[in-house]
Design a protein around this ligand. Structure first.
Ligand code: XMP
Length: 532
C-alpha cells in the first residue's frame, strides 16, 4: 500500500463506551446514544481501565446482564473504571456491580420485577433524574437482584414499590445508576434520561449525523486505499452494498467497479432498479452479469434447502471470481486490490480497541472461495453502522427511498422461498405473488412498520379450487410477514383483514398456478422468518 494519510478520527474521538456485561441490550444502548447524535460503541465488559482511558471516552455506560453479582463467573468490571473521573452510568446489572464495587450491598429480596413498573422519583431526583417527566413514571424493569444499600456518599434518587433503591448517584464522583432500562422504548422518559447523561452531564460531543459520517467514511476510505489499485464491489441489490458502493465511489471515483451478479432469484424489477440507479443515475460503473441460466441449471431438481443455499452461495462466488479475473485481465493495468463489503455493525462481533474500519484479511476468509492468489484487502465503510444508520447515510448520499428502505432480502433470494425444487415457472409464480404483496402492503401504508413481508410457494402441494366455472388444481401461496428489530426474534405482523383480502383475491386472480392464499401466524422462535 502506498503511504496513506492518517485516518481522521474526529467524530469518533470521544465515544460513549458501553461495557457489555452480557445483556441483550448493550448494542441497543449504543444505538440509542448514536440516535441522540453522539458516537457510541460497545466493548467487552472486562476491558482494563487503562485500555478504556486510551479510547478517550466522554462517558461510560455499564450494560445490564443476566448474571447475579455474587455468582461465580459473573462479568467483572475493572474497579478502577469508577475512579477515572469519566461519568459512568450503570444500568441494571451495571448498577448492581457498581454498588457492590463501591461498598454498597446487593441482594435477592425475593421479589423480581419484569416489564412495565411505576417509578417514584425522590424529592431530590439528583442530576440525572430531576425534573424529567412526572414524579411517578413508567419504566421497564427486568431483574431479580436489587441494590439494598447504596454506596457511601451516594444519594438514592428513585424507588419502586418493590425496590427501595431503583436509582442512585454520587455526583461528586460522576457516578450514576438506574435499575430500570432507559434504552428500551417502554421506559417513558428513557431517551431524555440518556440524553441528560450523555449531553448535560458528560458533555459528549453531538456530531454523529449522516453528513459527518459520510465525510469521515470518505476520508477513511481514501486513507485506506491510497492512490492506486482497482476496487471491486459485489452489488447484491440490497441497501448495504449499494450504500457502501456509493461511499467508495465518492472516495475513489472510477477506480471502483461494481459487479452485480444476477442469479435470477431476485424480486420483480430489482435487477433493473439496481443497474438504473447506480450506473444510470450516479454513474457508478456496474458490470451486470446475468448468470440466471447457470444458477437454474445447477438448482434443477434440488429440494433440500441447505443444498440450495450451498449451490447458490458457491455459484455466486465462482461468477464473481470470474468477473474479477476478467476485469483484472482486460482492465487498465491497475491490479485489483480491494474488495468492498457492506458489512454492518450488527455483523461484527465487537471487541475492545478494534479500530473498526477495515481489516487486512485474506478475502477467502470472508467471501468464501476467492482464490488464494487474489489477496484482496477488505474495505468495509459501514462496519460501525446499524442498518437504520446505513439507511440514513443512503438517503443522505441521494439513493432513492424505495432502494434505501427496501426490506432485508436473503442472499439466496427467491430460491429459498420456493418449498421444493426451483425452476423458471415456479420463480414466475412466487415473484408475481411477491410483487402483488409488496404493492398492497405499500398501498396500505404498512411497508415501513413490517420488517419483512414476502410470499412462499408450496410448490409440491396442490389443492382443489374453482375459478370461473372450472375446477382448478393448483398451488397455495403463503404470506409471511413479520415485525422485528433485528431478525433475531420476530412476531407475525397483524396485516388488517381488508388488506389481506385484497392481497388474496389479487394473487389468486392474477397469478396463474395459484388457487389458495394462506397466512403464516408463527412467531420466531419457534419458526424462522424464512421457510427454508
Ligand atoms: P431466519 O429465516 O433465519 O432469517 O429467521 C433471519 C434473517 O436473515 C435473513 N436470511 C438471510 N440473509 N443470507 C442472507 O443474506 C441468507 O442465507 C439468509 N437466510 C435468511 C432473513 O431474510 C431474515 O431477515
Amino acid at each position: 500500500m502506498t503511504a496513506a494519510a492518517p485516518a481522521p478520527t474526529s467524530i469518533r474521538e470521544h465515544p460513549v463506551v458501553v461495557l457489555d456485561l452480557g445483556g441483550q441490550y448493550a448494542r441497543l444502548i449504543a444505538r440509542r446514544v448514536r440516535d441522540l447524535g453522539t458516537y457510541s460503541e460497545v466493548v467487552r465488559g472486562s476491558i482494563d481501565a487503562d485500555e478504556l482511558l486510551a479510547m478517550h471516552p466522554s462517558a461510560i455506560i455499564l450494560s445490564g446482564g443476566p448474571a447475579s453479582v455474587y455468582e461465580p463467573g459473573a462479568p467483572q468490571v475493572d474497579p478502577d473504571v469508577f475512579g477515572l473521573g469519566v461519568p459512568v452510568l450503570g444500568i441494571c446489572y451495571g448498577m448492581q456491580f457498581m454498588a457492590k464495587a463501591l461498598g454498597g450491598e446487593v441482594s435477592r429480596n425475593g421479589v423480581a420485577e419484569y416489564g412495565g413498573t411505576h417509578l417514584h422519583r425522590a424529592d431530590d431526583g439528583g442530576r440525572l433524574l430531576d425534573g424529567i417527566g412526572e414524579r411517578e413514571q413508567l419504566v421497564w424493569m427486568s431483574h431479580r437482584d436489587a441494590v439494598t444499600r447504596a454506596p457511601a456518599g451516594a444519594i438514592v434518587t428513585a424507588s419502586t414499590d418493590q425496590t427501595p433503591i431503583a436509582a442512585f448517584e454520587d455526583p461528586a464522583r460522576r457516578l450514576f445508576a438506574v435499575q430500570f432500562h432507559p434504552e428500551v422504548v417502554h421506559t417513558a422518559h428513557g431517551e431524555t434520561i440518556l440524553d441528560r447523561f450523555v449531553h448535560a452531564i458528560a458533555q459528549a460531543p453531538a456530531n454523529w449525523d449522516p453528513e459527518h459520517v459520510i465525510d469521515e467514511a470518505v476520508a477513511r476510505i481514501r486513507a485506506q486505499v491510497g492512490d492506486s489499485g482497482r476496487v471491486l464491489c459485489a452489488l447484491s441489490g440490497g441497501v448495504d452494498s449499494s450504500v457502501a458502493a456509493m461511499l467508495v465511489h465518492r472516495a475513489v471515483g472510477d477506480r471502483l467497479t461494481c459487479v452485480f451478479v444476477d442469479h435470477g432469484l431476485l424480486r420483480e424489477g430489482e435487477a433493473e432498479q439496481v443497474v438504473a440507479t447506480m450506473d444510470g443515475r450516479f454513474h457508478v460503473p456496474v458490470v451486470h452479469v446475468d448468470a440466471s441460466d447457470r444458477f437454474l441449471e445447477l438448482l434443477a431438481g434440488v429440494e433440500d434447502p441447505e443444498r440450495k443455499r450451498v449451490i447458490i452461495g458457491e455459484t455466486f462466488i465462482r461468477v464473481f471470481e470470474q468477473e474479477a479475473a476478467r476485469i483484472q485481465r482486460e482492465g487498465d493495468g491497475e491490479p485489483v486490490r480491494f474488495l468492498v463489503q457492506g458489512t454492518l455493525y450488527s455483523d461484527v462481533i465487537e471487541s475492545g480497541g478494534e479500530d473498526g474500519v477495515a481489516s487486512n484479511i485474506k478475502s477467502h476468509h470472508n467471501v468464501g472461495g476467492l482464490p488464494d492468489d487474489m489477496e484482496l484487502e477488505l474495505v468495509e465503510p459501514l462496519r460501525l453502522l446499524f442498518k437504520d444508520e446505513a439507511r440514513r447515510v443512503g438517503e443522505a448520499v441521494g439513493l432513492p427511498p424505495d432502494l434505501v428502505w427496501r426490506q432485508p432480502f436473503p442472499g439466496p433470494g427467491l430460491g429459498i422461498r420456493i418449498v421444493g425444487s426451483v425452476d423458471a415457472e415456479r420463480l414466475r409464480i412466487v415473484r408475481a405473488a411477491d410483487a402483488i404483496l409488496r404493492a398492497e402492503v405499500a398501498e396500505a401504508g404498512l411497508d415501513r412498520s413490517i420488517w419483512q413481508y414476502f410470499t412462499v410457494l408450496l410448490a409440491d402441494v396442490r389443492s382443489v379450487g374453482v375459478q370461473g366455472d372450472a375446477r382448478t388444481y393448483a398451488h397455495p401461496i403463503v404470506i409471511r410477514a413479520v415485525t422485528s428489530d433485528d431478525a433475531m426474534t420476530a412476531d407475525w405482523a397483524r396485516i388488517p383483514y381488508e388488506a389481506l383480502s385484497r392481497i388474496s383475491s389479487r394473487i389468486v386472480g392474477e397469478v396463474d398456478g395459484v388457487n389458495r392464499v394462506l397466512v403464516d401466524v408463527t412467531s420466531k422462535p419457534p419458526g424462522t422468518i424464512e421457510w427454508e
